[in-house]
Design a protein around this ligand. Sequence first.
Ligand code: HEM
Length: 210
Amino acid sequence: MSGNVLTMLLAGEDTTANTLAWTLHLLWTNPAALARAADEVHRVCGDSPVPTLDQIAQLDYVEACTHEAMRLKPVAPQTGIEALRDTTLGDVHIPKGMVVIGVMRRDATSERHMPHPTAFEPERWRGDAAPAASSARRVSMPFGAGPRICPGRYLAGDEDGAGGASGALRVASVATVDGLPPRELLQLAMAPVGLTMKLHERERAGFDAA
Ligand code: HEM
């Protein structure tokens, strides 16, 4: 029981928090996407101070921004998998007991799978860009896959949806001390180093971002 609680706390906190940090950083450096996200939040949520779960479910563009941030900045960029029996993947033999490290970002940022793979383009996840969206979905697996896929992925979606919605309206600035893009530091989760953020009071933000 204590092991499960610890896993939930360790696996559930830094992952969602750092995903939100990366998302707001990427939105800040892509003003057109930030404006579109703010516009959607304003339209769906109106004046409600905290989005409800029903409202979060309607924030398709904000969700696409989170997907795109997780594609470019997966907070779990490597997963370890141990073979339970001798197996073969492609033409590689993997004996029982061998640990295989899954490198999650390689295909997710390869131009073999999508156009402009290093660009932040949330539109690739939207229905109106279906071919690119389905391609992005197949190659980007920030929550892992198979029987051990992250059980917290829907909770994470709601948390990052709520945080992204609030952030899209209120973000006043996102910066690093040296003005360079934030460095990636992989501890438990991959965090942006030295990222600072200022938020407006919600009442002052309105459509400022647009
Ligand atoms: C953006 C947020 C999150 C990301 C990117 C993420 C990612 C992952 C990944 C990649 C795995 C390994 C999956 C695999 O081995 O195939 C995992 C496992 C796990 N995650 Fe998450 N996670 C997130 C949020 C959460 C939350 C909110 C919780 C719970 C409150 C949670 C609980 C767990 C647990 C318990 C496991 C271990 C599952 C197992 O070994 O069977 N995660 N997560």
